[in-house]
Design a protein around this ligand. Structure first.
Ligand code: ADP
Ligand code: MN
Ligand code: MN
Ligand code: MN
Ligand code: MN
Length: 369
């Protein structure tokens, strides 16, 4: 019987984990960890099974089931839900033949569950695939301890005002870099298109970018990158908040978004700026509909963040501009100078569902008229 508490056990436990995970991976068998979005539409779950060998293609992974009554996705009497594998990635935690398997969730009649927005997104992406739609998403997040207190914040009072934290270095201003770097390396191992990372404006806040990804791959990769982030942070004994405006940050602190960059082949070609500017009409038309799906609570979360302050636009009005971070849509200065490239939708909340966002952006621009 040990009397060590959880905090003390962690560093000791790590050495034990290293010993067993350091064993030569099994030569043929595959540990497949199935990952899915639960009934909150923002949290992820996973469970693992053994396969005799690594499946060669996604359809070779069997459909599996789970207890939806324990994930907010079913009632107890009719609780089985299905996991349908849609994408697989080398597992950076177990190594060897192990795979992380992203799944979408289906009810007992094989219909998407309420928080499965992948199927509808895939339909949009399929319809517009000839335009070669590319996305890049900037995931902002806050590192917090298990009580939800941001890393680097004093237990009483507040840190020094924002200004010195963005892209900072130094133990008095950059909090949690070990988590950031471990996640970066783990994503590279998993074959995720991680574009980069930076420290953000609020202390304890960071960002990573995923992309570019074409079509449905954007949602798949961002969800898997979020899963990897949660697992990495768990190993450090800390948590990741993608709440766009946690209550402790309600004062003069930047909230968290998930800027979504978009281009078509036409926008990327010489003179593509015309197609980028033409996209604003459709985006303006769907502004209110978009705000409803840019967070998982019908736009309520984003109201706390899109105030028109802290590098945001107001949630009520659509606006666009070159190099302007106070607009709904920004055309980066370099894009305006080169007269081709992409646009940035700054409205999505950090806890958005990338399937809903990418479908909305693409449909607004390409299917609205
Ligand atoms: P910001 O200046 O807004 O902070 P970042 O450097 O954080 O921009 O992120 C840029 C994002 O733009 C990346 O996710 C990248 O994948 C994406 N991106 C770059 N080029 C394109 C393109 N042609 N189409 C879509 N997304 C792109
Ligand atoms: Mn069981
Ligand atoms: Mn960025
Ligand atoms: Mn940012
Ligand atoms: Mn941005």
């Amino acid at each position: 019987m040990t009397h060590l508490n959880y905090e003390t056990r962690l560093p000791l436990g790590q050495a034990v984990i290293d010993q067993f995970l350091g064993l030569k991976p099994h030569p043929t068998k595959c540990q497949a960890t199935y990952v899915w979005i639960d009934g909150t539409g923002e949290n992820l779950r996973s469970k693992t099974r053994t396969m005799e060998k690594v499946p060669k293609k996604i359809d070779d992974y069997p459909i599996w089931n789970y207890d939806g009554s324990s994930t907010g996705q079913a009632q107890g009497k009719n609780s089985d839900r299905y996991l349908r594998p849609v994408a697989s990635y080398p597992d950076p935690f177990l190594g060897g033949n192990a795979r992380l398997v992203l799944c979408d969730t289906l009810d007992h009649e094989m219909q998407p569950t309420a928080t499965n927005h992948r199927q509808a997104c895939a339909e949009v992406m399929n319809e517009i695939r000839d335009t070669k739609p590319w996305f890049g998403m900037e995931q902002e997040y806050l590192l917090v301890d298990r009580d939800g207190h941001p890393l680097g914040w004093p237990k009483h009072g507040f840190p020094a005002p924002q200004g010195k934290y963005y892209c900072s270095v130094g133990a008095d201003r950059a909090f949690g870099r070990e988590v950031v770097e471990t996640h970066y390396r783990a994503c590279l191992h998993a074959g995720i298109n991680i574009f980069g990372t930076n420290g953000e404006v609020t202390p304890g806040q960071w960002e990573y970018q995923i992309g570019t990804c074409e079509g449905i791959d954007m949602g798949d990769q961002l969800w898997m990158a979020r899963y990897i982030m949660n697992r990495v942070a768990e190993q450090f004994g800390i948590c990741v908040s993608i709440d766009p405006k946690p209550s402790i940050t309600m004062g003069d602190w930047n909230g968290a978004g998930c800027h979504t960059n978009f281009s078509t082949a036409e926008m990327r070609a010489p003179g593509g700026i015309a197609a980028i500017e033409a996209a604003m009409d459709g985006l303006k038309k769907t502004h209110h509909a978009a705000m409803k799906v840019y967070d998982p609570h019908g736009g309520q979360d984003n109201l706390k963040r899109l105030t028109g302050r802290h590098e945001t636009s107001s949630a009520d009005n659509f606006s666009w501009g070159v190099a302007n971070r106070g607009c709904s849509i920004r055309i980066p200065r370099q894009v305006a100078a080169e007269k081709k490239g992409y646009l940035e939708d700054r409205r999505p909340s950090s806890n958005c569902d990338p399937y809903q966002v990418t479908a909305m952006v693409a449909a607004s621009i390409l299917l609205e008229n």
